[in-house]
Ligand binder design. Structure first.
Ligand code: NAP
Length: 279
């Protein structure tokens, strides 16, 4: 039986550690405030935003909600973010993505001060990550590193294969695994002989965005498999990019969906919020 990497339990552990740290900071007179900006009422975004607010409340971080109508213009959103950049009572700024189509997401991401960029999406944060400087780490990949470390899985010297090269998962994941001395390969939709490459992996990270795409023929015996994907199948069950039932018997450790990578993203967002105060 493969080791089940329990993201729920590990994220709880991290949040409890942060709660203690935030309490200590409060005793020293340092509070933490996260501004959470949502434009429009996309139901999935509302769920994510509410989960982030709940996590803030649990840890003792103040969350300040800015709920703007769908019709908000790009200029109005830029002005709000600039105001929040200047506001010393705000430590971190989170603008929930995706934004409505008439707003340029890249411009908004670049408007957030790199000192308050708790999502780690600003080009300055990305650059710092790649050159090994301290900075905010993209939350999902940072969460995956914690999942591995806290499950006793070492990265150093391992063949790490990532499927997916998005800016929020695949690319920062590569930088972080490299930082941990993994040997990293990134595969994508133009990769030839995908299974041949993924079968080399000691650690396989799957962020394709395709339901149950990875079956046992893509993994080698004893590999560690991390499934970033999140879907609802035709029977309304949550599932990942990995065909769990097929792959699990073959591997040494695997994340379930739900309860694997998902809960880690918010835990690492909370860690970035606390990081603003540690500085
Ligand atoms: P994305 O931006 O759609 O990127 C998907 C990547 O997979 C692309 O790089 C694409 O290659 C590659 N790809 C697509 N089809 C492929 C194929 N047949 N063979 C090899 N590579 C293929 O997705 P994302 O934002 O990184 O997210 C990936 C998944 O993770 C989604 O299911 C998303 O919902 C989930 N997610 C979960 C969390 C969480 O907190 N749990 C966070 C973020 C994302 P090209 O670049 O060549 O197109």
């Amino acid at each position: 039986m493969a080791q089940l990497i329990d993201g729920k339990q590990i994220s709880k552990q991290i949040k409890d550690e942060l709660k203690i740290e935030v309490q200590k900071l409060k005793e020293q007179g340092t509070g933490i405030c996260l501004a959470v900006v949502q434009v429009g009422e996309d139901p999935a975004s509302t769920v994510y935003v509410n989960n982030k607010k709940k996590a803030c409340a649990y840890i003792g971080i103040e969350s300040r909600a800015y709920e703007l109508p769908e019709t908000t213009s790009e200029e109005e959103l830029v002005s709000l973010v600039e105001e929040l950049n200047q506001d010393d009572s705000v430590n971190g700024i989170l603008v929930q993505l995706p934004l409505p189509e008439h707003i340029n997401e890249d411009r908004i991401i670049r408007t957030i001060s790199p000192d308050k960029d708790v999502d780690g999406f600003h080009p300055v944060s990305v650059g710092r990550l790649w050159i090994g400087e301290k900075g905010f780490l993209s939350c999902t990949p940072a969460g995956i590193i914690q999942l591995l470390k806290r499950s006793g899985i070492s990265i150093e010297g391992k063949e790490c294969v990532i499927i997916g090269r998005s800016n929020i998962v695949g690319k920062p994941m590569a930088a972080l695994l490299l930082r941990e001395n993994g040997t990293v390969t990134i595969a994508h939709s133009r990769t030839r002989n995908l299974a041949e490459i993924t079968r080399r992996a000691d650690i396989l990270i799957v962020a394709i965005g395709k339901e149950r795409f990875i079956t046992s023929e893509y993994v080698k015996d004893g590999a560690v498999v991390i499934d970033v994907g999140m879907h609802r199948d035709s029977e309304n069950h949550l599932c990942g990019d990995v065909d769990f039932k097929d792959v699990e018997p073959r591997v040494s450790a695997i994340t379930p969906v739900p309860g694997g990578v998902g809960p880690m993203t918010i835990a690492m967002l909370m860690n970035n919020c606390v990081e603003t105060a540690r500085r």
